[in-house]
Design a protein around this ligand. Structure first.
Ligand code: MN9
Length: 307
Protein backbone atom coordinates (compact mmCIF):
# COMPACT_ATOMS: atom_id res chain seq x y z
CA UNK A 1 0.00 0.00 0.00
CA UNK A 2 1.08 3.58 -0.61
CA UNK A 3 2.33 5.32 2.52
CA UNK A 4 1.12 8.74 3.55
CA UNK A 5 1.66 10.97 6.56
CA UNK A 6 -0.54 14.03 6.43
CA UNK A 7 0.64 17.26 7.94
CA UNK A 8 -0.14 20.96 7.78
CA UNK A 9 -3.18 22.49 6.13
CA UNK A 10 -5.22 20.57 3.61
CA UNK A 11 -7.75 22.56 1.61
CA UNK A 12 -11.20 21.02 1.28
CA UNK A 13 -11.49 22.26 -2.27
CA UNK A 14 -14.57 23.74 -3.86
CA UNK A 15 -15.85 22.47 -7.19
CA UNK A 16 -15.89 25.25 -9.79
CA UNK A 17 -19.19 25.59 -11.67
CA UNK A 18 -20.27 27.77 -14.57
CA UNK A 19 -23.34 29.99 -14.18
CA UNK A 20 -25.48 27.09 -15.46
CA UNK A 21 -23.96 24.92 -12.67
CA UNK A 22 -22.06 22.71 -15.09
CA UNK A 23 -18.49 21.74 -14.14
CA UNK A 24 -15.64 24.06 -15.04
CA UNK A 25 -12.78 21.62 -14.92
CA UNK A 26 -10.33 24.08 -16.47
CA UNK A 27 -10.63 26.26 -13.38
CA UNK A 28 -9.22 23.56 -11.14
CA UNK A 29 -5.53 23.83 -12.12
CA UNK A 30 -5.14 27.58 -11.48
CA UNK A 31 -7.05 27.22 -8.21
CA UNK A 32 -4.71 24.43 -7.11
CA UNK A 33 -1.67 26.54 -8.04
CA UNK A 34 -2.92 29.45 -5.94
CA UNK A 35 -3.76 27.20 -2.99
CA UNK A 36 -0.33 25.59 -3.03
CA UNK A 37 1.30 29.02 -3.33
CA UNK A 38 -0.64 30.10 -0.23
CA UNK A 39 0.86 27.27 1.81
CA UNK A 40 -1.68 24.48 1.50
CA UNK A 41 -0.10 21.01 1.89
CA UNK A 42 -2.86 18.80 0.50
CA UNK A 43 -6.21 18.74 -1.30
CA UNK A 44 -9.40 17.05 -0.14
CA UNK A 45 -11.75 16.86 -3.12
CA UNK A 46 -15.46 16.15 -3.43
CA UNK A 47 -16.07 16.55 0.29
CA UNK A 48 -18.71 18.78 1.88
CA UNK A 49 -16.98 21.92 0.62
CA UNK A 50 -16.64 20.42 -2.86
CA UNK A 51 -20.36 19.59 -2.89
CA UNK A 52 -19.35 16.00 -3.62
CA UNK A 53 -22.80 14.77 -2.64
CA UNK A 54 -24.41 17.10 -5.19
CA UNK A 55 -22.32 15.82 -8.09
CA UNK A 56 -23.10 12.92 -10.39
CA UNK A 57 -20.69 10.01 -10.02
CA UNK A 58 -19.21 10.69 -13.48
CA UNK A 59 -18.61 14.31 -12.46
CA UNK A 60 -16.91 13.24 -9.24
CA UNK A 61 -14.49 11.14 -11.28
CA UNK A 62 -13.68 14.06 -13.55
CA UNK A 63 -13.09 16.41 -10.61
CA UNK A 64 -10.82 13.86 -8.93
CA UNK A 65 -8.81 13.39 -12.12
CA UNK A 66 -8.47 17.14 -12.63
CA UNK A 67 -7.25 17.71 -9.07
CA UNK A 68 -4.75 14.84 -9.25
CA UNK A 69 -3.38 16.12 -12.51
CA UNK A 70 -3.29 19.73 -11.27
CA UNK A 71 -1.36 18.77 -8.16
CA UNK A 72 1.06 16.73 -10.28
CA UNK A 73 2.50 15.15 -7.17
CA UNK A 74 3.23 18.44 -5.41
CA UNK A 75 0.77 17.80 -2.59
CA UNK A 76 -1.29 14.71 -1.72
CA UNK A 77 -4.81 14.49 -3.12
CA UNK A 78 -7.46 12.79 -1.01
CA UNK A 79 -10.64 11.87 -2.87
CA UNK A 80 -13.91 11.70 -0.93
CA UNK A 81 -16.01 8.83 -2.28
CA UNK A 82 -18.84 8.51 0.26
CA UNK A 83 -22.27 7.75 -1.18
CA UNK A 84 -25.56 6.39 0.08
CA UNK A 85 -25.03 3.48 -2.30
CA UNK A 86 -21.99 1.55 -1.10
CA UNK A 87 -21.72 0.02 -4.57
CA UNK A 88 -21.30 3.52 -6.06
CA UNK A 89 -18.83 4.43 -3.32
CA UNK A 90 -16.80 1.33 -4.21
CA UNK A 91 -16.73 2.33 -7.86
CA UNK A 92 -15.56 5.82 -6.94
CA UNK A 93 -12.88 4.40 -4.65
CA UNK A 94 -11.63 2.07 -7.35
CA UNK A 95 -11.58 4.94 -9.82
CA UNK A 96 -9.69 7.18 -7.38
CA UNK A 97 -7.04 4.50 -6.94
CA UNK A 98 -6.70 4.02 -10.69
CA UNK A 99 -6.50 7.77 -11.22
CA UNK A 100 -3.58 8.00 -8.79
CA UNK A 101 -5.20 9.47 -5.67
CA UNK A 102 -2.89 9.51 -2.66
CA UNK A 103 -5.78 8.56 -0.39
CA UNK A 104 -9.49 7.90 -0.43
CA UNK A 105 -11.92 9.02 2.23
CA UNK A 106 -15.60 8.39 2.77
CA UNK A 107 -18.52 9.53 4.84
CA UNK A 108 -20.88 6.83 5.96
CA UNK A 109 -24.26 6.40 4.29
CA UNK A 110 -26.55 8.97 5.85
CA UNK A 111 -30.12 8.40 4.70
CA UNK A 112 -30.27 5.22 6.76
CA UNK A 113 -28.35 6.12 9.90
CA UNK A 114 -25.52 4.02 11.24
CA UNK A 115 -26.00 3.41 14.94
CA UNK A 116 -23.25 0.98 15.87
CA UNK A 117 -19.56 0.45 15.31
CA UNK A 118 -19.90 -2.95 13.70
CA UNK A 119 -22.09 -1.63 10.88
CA UNK A 120 -19.70 1.25 10.31
CA UNK A 121 -16.68 -1.10 10.15
CA UNK A 122 -18.50 -3.28 7.62
CA UNK A 123 -19.60 -0.33 5.49
CA UNK A 124 -16.23 1.40 5.45
CA UNK A 125 -14.42 -1.92 4.94
CA UNK A 126 -16.61 -2.53 1.91
CA UNK A 127 -15.59 0.81 0.36
CA UNK A 128 -11.92 0.60 1.33
CA UNK A 129 -11.51 -2.87 -0.16
CA UNK A 130 -12.29 -1.45 -3.62
CA UNK A 131 -9.02 0.55 -3.41
CA UNK A 132 -6.75 -2.01 -1.76
CA UNK A 133 -3.51 -0.16 -2.51
CA UNK A 134 -4.60 3.26 -1.23
CA UNK A 135 -4.79 4.64 2.33
CA UNK A 136 -8.36 5.12 3.54
CA UNK A 137 -9.59 7.88 5.88
CA UNK A 138 -13.03 7.67 7.42
CA UNK A 139 -14.76 11.07 7.21
CA UNK A 140 -16.36 11.52 10.62
CA UNK A 141 -18.91 14.33 10.37
CA UNK A 142 -21.81 13.41 12.64
CA UNK A 143 -23.56 16.77 12.26
CA UNK A 144 -24.17 16.01 8.59
CA UNK A 145 -24.43 12.22 8.53
CA UNK A 146 -26.59 12.07 11.65
CA UNK A 147 -24.80 8.91 12.71
CA UNK A 148 -23.37 8.79 16.20
CA UNK A 149 -20.96 6.02 16.99
CA UNK A 150 -18.04 5.50 19.35
CA UNK A 151 -15.28 6.76 17.10
CA UNK A 152 -12.28 5.43 19.06
CA UNK A 153 -13.88 2.00 19.09
CA UNK A 154 -14.31 2.31 15.32
CA UNK A 155 -10.58 3.02 14.98
CA UNK A 156 -9.65 0.01 17.10
CA UNK A 157 -11.97 -2.44 15.39
CA UNK A 158 -11.53 -0.89 11.96
CA UNK A 159 -7.78 -1.01 12.42
CA UNK A 160 -7.97 -4.77 12.88
CA UNK A 161 -10.24 -5.39 9.94
CA UNK A 162 -9.60 -2.69 7.33
CA UNK A 163 -6.07 -3.15 6.07
CA UNK A 164 -5.87 0.29 4.46
CA UNK A 165 -7.40 2.28 7.33
CA UNK A 166 -4.99 5.19 7.77
CA UNK A 167 -6.99 7.53 9.96
CA UNK A 168 -9.88 9.93 10.17
CA UNK A 169 -11.02 13.31 9.07
CA UNK A 170 -12.42 14.34 12.43
CA UNK A 171 -15.08 16.98 11.82
CA UNK A 172 -16.57 17.44 15.25
CA UNK A 173 -15.76 19.82 18.09
CA UNK A 174 -15.04 17.38 20.93
CA UNK A 175 -11.39 18.05 21.69
CA UNK A 176 -11.19 15.34 24.33
CA UNK A 177 -12.53 12.75 21.91
CA UNK A 178 -10.18 14.00 19.20
CA UNK A 179 -7.27 13.58 21.61
CA UNK A 180 -8.36 10.03 22.41
CA UNK A 181 -8.41 9.29 18.69
CA UNK A 182 -4.83 10.53 18.32
CA UNK A 183 -3.77 8.01 20.99
CA UNK A 184 -5.30 4.88 19.46
CA UNK A 185 -2.31 4.08 17.23
CA UNK A 186 -0.21 7.18 16.58
CA UNK A 187 2.26 5.30 14.36
CA UNK A 188 -0.45 4.17 12.02
CA UNK A 189 -3.27 6.71 12.14
CA UNK A 190 -3.43 10.32 11.04
CA UNK A 191 -6.29 11.98 12.88
CA UNK A 192 -6.96 15.10 10.90
CA UNK A 193 -8.76 18.02 12.49
CA UNK A 194 -11.80 19.36 10.62
CA UNK A 195 -13.07 22.44 12.45
CA UNK A 196 -11.03 25.42 11.22
CA UNK A 197 -12.27 27.92 13.82
CA UNK A 198 -10.95 25.63 16.59
CA UNK A 199 -7.57 24.83 15.03
CA UNK A 200 -5.64 26.27 17.97
CA UNK A 201 -7.46 24.04 20.44
CA UNK A 202 -6.72 21.05 18.26
CA UNK A 203 -3.03 21.95 18.04
CA UNK A 204 -2.98 22.04 21.83
CA UNK A 205 -4.32 18.49 21.95
CA UNK A 206 -1.88 17.18 19.36
CA UNK A 207 -3.22 17.86 15.84
CA UNK A 208 -0.58 17.65 13.12
CA UNK A 209 -2.86 18.12 10.10
CA UNK A 210 -6.17 19.83 9.41
CA UNK A 211 -8.59 19.66 6.51
CA UNK A 212 -10.96 22.56 6.06
CA UNK A 213 -12.90 24.90 3.86
CA UNK A 214 -11.41 28.19 5.04
CA UNK A 215 -7.86 27.07 4.22
CA UNK A 216 -8.92 27.94 0.67
CA UNK A 217 -9.07 31.61 1.57
CA UNK A 218 -6.79 32.14 4.57
CA UNK A 219 -4.09 29.48 4.74
CA UNK A 220 -1.39 32.09 5.54
CA UNK A 221 -3.34 33.18 8.63
CA UNK A 222 -3.60 29.62 9.92
CA UNK A 223 0.09 29.03 9.22
CA UNK A 224 0.77 31.97 11.51
CA UNK A 225 -1.46 30.37 14.16
CA UNK A 226 0.58 27.20 13.84
CA UNK A 227 3.93 28.90 14.04
CA UNK A 228 2.89 31.08 17.00
CA UNK A 229 1.71 27.93 18.77
CA UNK A 230 4.93 26.08 17.97
CA UNK A 231 7.01 28.90 19.36
CA UNK A 232 4.81 28.98 22.50
CA UNK A 233 3.59 32.49 21.77
CA UNK A 234 0.11 31.68 23.00
CA UNK A 235 -1.13 35.27 23.18
CA UNK A 236 -0.41 35.81 19.48
CA UNK A 237 -1.79 32.39 18.59
CA UNK A 238 -5.07 33.27 20.32
CA UNK A 239 -5.34 36.64 18.57
CA UNK A 240 -4.65 35.06 15.19
CA UNK A 241 -7.11 32.25 15.80
CA UNK A 242 -9.77 34.74 16.78
CA UNK A 243 -9.57 36.24 13.29
CA UNK A 244 -10.70 32.86 12.00
CA UNK A 245 -13.52 32.77 14.54
CA UNK A 246 -14.74 36.16 13.34
CA UNK A 247 -14.37 35.20 9.69
CA UNK A 248 -16.42 32.03 10.14
CA UNK A 249 -19.04 34.01 12.09
CA UNK A 250 -19.37 36.38 9.13
CA UNK A 251 -19.53 33.53 6.63
CA UNK A 252 -22.22 31.73 8.62
CA UNK A 253 -24.52 34.75 8.27
CA UNK A 254 -24.79 33.67 4.62
CA UNK A 255 -25.20 30.27 3.00
CA UNK A 256 -21.72 29.20 4.11
CA UNK A 257 -20.37 27.37 1.08
CA UNK A 258 -21.72 29.97 -1.34
CA UNK A 259 -20.03 32.66 0.75
CA UNK A 260 -16.77 30.70 0.58
CA UNK A 261 -16.97 30.56 -3.20
CA UNK A 262 -17.73 34.28 -3.36
CA UNK A 263 -14.65 34.93 -1.20
CA UNK A 264 -12.50 32.80 -3.47
CA UNK A 265 -13.70 34.89 -6.39
CA UNK A 266 -12.71 38.04 -4.48
CA UNK A 267 -9.23 36.54 -4.06
CA UNK A 268 -8.86 35.72 -7.75
CA UNK A 269 -9.82 32.07 -7.63
CA UNK A 270 -12.65 30.62 -9.64
CA UNK A 271 -15.67 30.35 -7.40
CA UNK A 272 -18.85 30.26 -9.38
CA UNK A 273 -22.19 29.41 -7.85
CA UNK A 274 -23.15 26.43 -5.70
CA UNK A 275 -25.68 23.82 -6.72
CA UNK A 276 -29.02 23.38 -5.07
CA UNK A 277 -29.83 22.69 -2.31
CA UNK A 278 -27.17 25.27 -1.36
CA UNK A 279 -28.51 28.74 -2.00
CA UNK A 280 -26.39 31.38 -3.68
CA UNK A 281 -25.67 34.98 -2.76
CA UNK A 282 -27.17 37.71 -4.90
CA UNK A 283 -25.19 40.84 -5.77
CA UNK A 284 -26.35 42.69 -2.66
CA UNK A 285 -25.43 39.80 -0.41
CA UNK A 286 -21.97 39.61 -1.99
CA UNK A 287 -21.52 43.34 -1.31
CA UNK A 288 -22.65 42.81 2.28
CA UNK A 289 -20.24 39.91 2.68
CA UNK A 290 -17.36 41.97 1.28
CA UNK A 291 -18.18 44.82 3.64
CA UNK A 292 -18.39 42.61 6.71
CA UNK A 293 -15.11 40.91 5.79
CA UNK A 294 -13.56 44.32 5.33
CA UNK A 295 -14.74 45.34 8.82
CA UNK A 296 -12.86 42.46 10.42
CA UNK A 297 -9.74 43.18 8.35
CA UNK A 298 -9.98 39.96 6.35
CA UNK A 299 -8.46 41.44 3.20
CA UNK A 300 -5.43 42.63 5.18
CA UNK A 301 -4.66 39.36 6.92
CA UNK A 302 -5.99 36.57 4.68
CA UNK A 303 -2.64 36.40 2.89
CA UNK A 304 -4.02 36.42 -0.67
CA UNK A 305 -3.85 39.30 -3.10
CA UNK A 306 -7.18 40.96 -3.70
CA UNK A 307 -8.79 40.59 -7.10
O1 MN9 B 1 -14.92 19.64 6.97
C1 MN9 B 1 -15.57 21.86 7.00
N1 MN9 B 1 -16.90 21.43 7.30
C2 MN9 B 1 -17.91 21.66 6.49
C3 MN9 B 1 -14.63 20.73 7.03
O2 MN9 B 1 -17.82 22.32 5.48
C4 MN9 B 1 -19.23 21.08 6.90
C5 MN9 B 1 -15.00 22.91 7.93
O3 MN9 B 1 -13.83 23.37 7.32
C6 MN9 B 1 -15.96 24.06 8.21
O4 MN9 B 1 -16.47 24.55 6.99
C7 MN9 B 1 -15.30 25.21 8.96
C8 MN9 B 1 -16.27 26.33 9.27
O5 MN9 B 1 -17.22 25.94 10.23
O6 MN9 B 1 -14.72 24.75 10.12
Amino acid sequence: MKQLKLDGLIAATTTPFAEDRSLRLDDIAPMVDQLIASGVRGLYVCGSTGEGMSLRADERKLVAEAAISASAGRVPVIVQVGHNSLAEARKLAQHAEEAGADAVSATCPSYFKIGDVETLVQSMGDIASAAPGTPFYYYHIPALTGSSIDITEFMRRGGDRIATLAGLKYTNTLLHEFQSCTRVDPERFDVVWGCDEMLLGALATGAKAAIGSTYNVAAPLYLQVMSAFESSDHASARELQFRSVEMVEVMKRFPFHAALKAMMQMLGMPGGPCRLPIENLDVDAIDGLRQQLDEIGFFQWCGHEIN
